[in-house]
Ligand binder design. Structure first.
Ligand code: TYD
Ligand code: MG
Length: 453
């Protein structure tokens, strides 16, 4: 095995040095030298180039690759999590699970370990809690602790040696930020440590076929703490989201090499751990007591499933010279765009009003299919008129004031019908060839839709 040596690489110019310095001697950038591992290359004759000593790799023709054995998947025992993963944990894959502290990452993975441990060897490595704390949690959630193997360790080399001896098929590392490798001097949590530790675990997963789950902390801004590069190294990145104070938890697949990206799973946090929520539309519409002005229900599509959510808008006269525009759960730029189109093509004058738009239930809407529902909610609040009960809306608003069709219109209408809605407003182009029980009205432009209500 090649001897492992550390070196320092300048983040700005890429120059390499054997020693750390506060300022890069090459480009003069301050605080830019980062520790990294360099595998010392065996010294071959200079004439044979720097690849001397390496043997040629094996090239395969994709047509000859055997695909008889489809990727083996382990069911997690939680239907919503399996949906996010695209059908379960793939053997040999590495999944990164990110989320705020206390949101339930450790609880979820303990439950998953319990389900998988029924038929496979598993190992839960914790670098944050004692074995007693983990056992206490298992007891609280009502799991049988006898089947759960736990290791409290933070050194990657020891973890890998243990894993090699135990041969688990499912390995959890909670969390990647607490790990350190003997080959680097920097403190645990440093960029180089996180990256190097993750690289070792990825290599382990690929060579042994063990599924590895890495827990990652997120920063205040919501990004994974540590290097972004982690997201490129792993096969799937899942994010835990939640509204503060809500008992519902959402898991979103930001990246997934084995399933649909942006897939959403919904859970409820109970005294017995996380429970999958089979009918999420019902919970996002929950608490909508009396229909009120400024509220409109939209059919969104997250991953491969349609979802009904309520959009709430408040338009009120402003005392500020620069009226406020606040968007919660959706992109503020999208809101600005919709307001501009309403003004220019719908003749709606709301330049002097404070505007607040929020998506109920703590969910974040990323697709443009919500545009029409946002416009209708704003209009409803401005005119103080309640939208008809049982109405859903979806459709994208174009800059020219037209309504553009969105994908899977028929499926969205079916979901609305199954939740008891009987009226829909949507782009005309979405109605083509669609058969539905709902009284669906198609519109070509935003101003047509606004006049219709
Ligand atoms: P935890 O899994 O420790 O969060 P993370 O690993 O993401 O930091 O979850 C801890 C929170 O979950 C804590 O606030 C208590 C709550 N909880 C429940 O509501 N019910 C339960 O059964 C358990 C185990 C935790
Ligand atoms: Mg935890």
């Amino acid at each position: 095995m090649a001897k492992v040596k550390t070196e320092y690489i300048c983040r700005a110019c890429g120059a390499r040095f054997p020693k750390w310095a506060g300022q890069c001697p090459d480009c003069g950038e301050w605080n830019a030298l980062e520790e990294a591992v360099s595998a010392q290359t065996p010294q071959g004759p200079a004439s044979r180039g720097h690849w001397a000593g390496a043997s040629a790799g094996e090239v395969v023709n994709l047509g000859e690759v055997s695909m008889d054995t489809p990727a083996q998947r382990l069911a997690s025992g939680l239907s919503e999590l399996d949906r996010v993963l695209g059908g379960g944990w793939v053997a040999g894959s590495v999944v990164l699970l990110g989320g705020d502290p206390g949101i339930g990452k450790s609880t979820l993975l303990l439950q998953v370990q319990d389900a998988i441990a029924q038929a496979h060897r598993t190992l839960y490595v914790t670098g944050e809690e004692s074995a007693a704390q983990v056992a206490l949690r298992a007891q609280r959630v009502g799991l049988a602790p006898d089947a759960l193997a736990c290791l409290t360790e933070t050194c990657v080399e020891t973890i890998l040696a243990t894993a090699e001896a135990q041969k688990p098929q499912f390995l959890v590392v909670d969390s990647i930020q607490t790990l350190w490798t003997q080959t680097l001097q920097s403190a645990p949590g440093a960029v180089a440590q996180v990256r190097e530790s993750a690289a070792r675990l990825v290599q382990y997963a690929k060579t042994t076929g063990c599924t590895v789950v890495l827990v990652g902390h997120v920063t205040k801004e919501g990004a994974l703490a540590g290097p972004r590069v982690l997201e490129h190294m792993v096969d799937a990145v899942l994010y835990f989201e939640s509204d503060s104070g809500s008992r519902y938890r959402l898991i979103r697949a930001v990246k997934n090499r084995f399933g649909a990206a942006n897939e959403l799973g919904v859970f409820a946090m109970t005294d017995a751990g996380l429970k999958p929520v089979g009918n999420p539309s019902a919970i996002f519409l929950q608490g909508q007591a009396q229909p009120a002005a400024g509220s409109c229900v939209m059919v969104s599509r997250e991953g491969t499933r349609p979802l009904l959510v309520e959009i709430q808008a408040l338009v009120a006269p402003s005392s500020l010279s620069n009226p406020r525009r606040v968007a919660v759960g959706l992109d503020p730029n999208r809101l600005a765009l919709i307001l501009a189109v309403m003004h220019r093509h719908g003749g709606v004058m709301i330049g002097d009003q404070d505007i607040f738009v929020s998506v109920a239930g703590g969910i974040k809407i990323q697709e443009t299919g919500s545009d029409l529902a946002i416009a209708l909610a704003l209009m409803s609040s401005l005119k103080q008129r309640v939208l008809p009960q049982g109405l859903v809306a979806f459709g994208e608003i174009g800059l020219s004031g037209g309504l553009r069709p969105v994908y899977n219109g028929e499926e969205r209408l079916r979901e609305a019908a199954s939740q008891g809605f009987d009226q829909a407003m949507l782009p005309q182009a979405n109605l083509k060839g669609v058969r539905t029980k709902i009284n669906a009205q198609g519109f070509n432009t935003l101003s047509d839709a606004l006049h219709a209500i």
